[in-house]
Design a protein around this ligand. Structure first.
Ligand SMILES: C=CC1=C(C)c2cc3[nH]c(cc4nc(cc5[nH]c(cc1n2)c(C)c5CCC(=O)O)C(CCC(=O)O)=C4C)c(C)c3C=C
Ligand SMILES: [Fe+2]
Ligand SMILES: [Fe+2]
Length: 365
């Protein structure tokens, strides 16, 4: 094992603080080969599919990676933008805005972004932060609700990179922010602004990404955190329990996942007489395949087919100012005590030496 060669140690250089936003990952292009490469990396992660490798890898390579990439590529093609995959476009924009908002608050940090699977990869982004002089790094997974399948995998990516480093930075990691007041405020702002513009539907459905149900019984707090986010948002919007429901989408494989499933819920709501349904995805801070295709396209089809009359997909938080402010709050809380304020920047050692000497001589430094 050899460790990375470090930049020559600079005496007196002011250390900086880096913030790394990490999202799930997305293919480089809406094409079968690119989607196959992405899915191969994603679905080989034992955090994501907890089946013994000897059983799972033949299924993954022999069946799933032969069939799924072409189908998924067609779905990606339906939501792809001129700048790329929506998930990457929004995550990059969030990082740029966060850098700007933090700067306005006098916080001197370097904000970057990466993907757990695919590109830009975590190791490259962490290397770049180090090259920019960051010896303190805050890693912020873009998952408000903690899950072993997602958040813990970001930790694994971080720890893989650490294992290659000689001179480790100081590291902090945001585990979750499902009940953060500013996050709930941002969700409520997104929904109320939508209502002001488009009118209010008969019912609001909150759809979260699902996970296998057994993870709940094995102690994963994800389900409870989704329910808590849902309750806090409902209370913040002043809705009663009959006016809002919560469901889980994107089931993968044959095992039982968290219920109720979104698809079944959409159909049941239409059958129950809901005419105008609005669907919102609080667990996805950025619009992506799962919200723009599965919810906005497939979900609409399912609801209207089952007898519903009007269906709205409320966009995710994306670049909403209240969300970027929430990110600022989360970052400020987690970098507390690190030198991020302009006036707090440690002086280079030589300058500090001269200042102390001048003080000792009775002069004003
Ligand atoms: C919001 C949190 C997410 C959890 C929890 C999660 C768990 C999870 N996902 C899969 C399988 C797939 N997910 C896919 C896409 C996808 N998943 C999330 C987020 C969570 N996943 C996002 C943001 C996206 C969109 C990516 C994009 O490029 O826009 C896909 C790929 C698409 C497809 O082929 O359908 C798969 C597969 C599992 C198995 C899992 C938990 C065990
Ligand atoms: Fe997923
Ligand atoms: Fe999906």
């Amino acid at each position: 094992m050899s460790y990375a060669t470090e930049p020559t140690f600079q005496h007196g250089s002011a250390p900086r603080v880096g913030v790394l936003l990490v999202n799930l990952g997305t293919p480089d292009a809406p094409q079968t080969d690119a989607v196959r490469r992405y899915l191969a990396e994603f679905l080989s992660d034992p955090r994501v599919v907890e089946i013994p490798r000897a059983l799972w890898l033949p299924i993954l390579h022999g069946i799933i990676l032969r069939v799924r990439p072409a189908k998924s590529a067609a779905k990606y093609a339906s939501v792809w933008t001129p700048e790329g995959s929506p998930l990457a476009v929004w995550t990059r924009k969030q990082a740029t805005l966060l850098q700007g908002y933090l700067g306005e608050r006098g916080e001197q940090v370097v904000v970057s972004w990466a993907m757990r699977y695919g590109r830009p990869d975590m190791a490259g982004a962490l290397d770049q932060l180090k090259q920019q002089g960051c010896d303190r790094i805050l890693v912020l997974p873009m998952y408000p609700q903690y899950s072993g399948t997602t958040t813990a995998s970001v930790w694994d990516g971080l720890s893989d990179w650490c294992a290659t480093q000689r001179n480790l930075p100081e590291i902090r990691f945001v585990k979750q922010h499902h009940d953060d007041a500013a996050y709930i405020d941002a969700l409520a702002a997104r929904v109320t602004e939508f209502w002001q513009r488009e009118g209010r539907g008969d019912h609001l459905l909150l759809s979260f990404h699902g996970v296998p149900e057994r993870t709940l019984h094995l102690g994963d707090p994800y389900h409870c955190q989704c329910l808590k986010t849902g309750r806090l948002l409902r209370e913040r919007l002043g809705l009663n329990k009959d006016q809002m429901s919560l469901s889980f989408q994107s089931r993968f494989g044959k095992a039982k996942w968290l219920e109720p499933y979104t698809e079944a819920t959409l159909k049941a709501l239409a059958k129950r007489g809901v005419k105008h349904l609005q669907v919102f995805c609080p667990g996805f801070p950025a619009d992506c395949l799962e919200t723009l295709e599965e919810i906005a396209i497939e979900g609409r089809h399912d609801f209207l087919q089952a007898g519903g009359q009007r269906y709205d997909h409320i966009p995710c938080l994306n670049d909403h100012p209240a969300w970027i402010r929430a990110l600022v709050d989360i970052v400020q809380r987690h970098v507390a005590g690190w030198p991020t304020r302009r006036e707090q920047q440690p002086r280079p050692a030589e300058l500090e030496g001269q200042r102390l000497q001048a003080l000792a001589m009775g002069a004003k430094a």
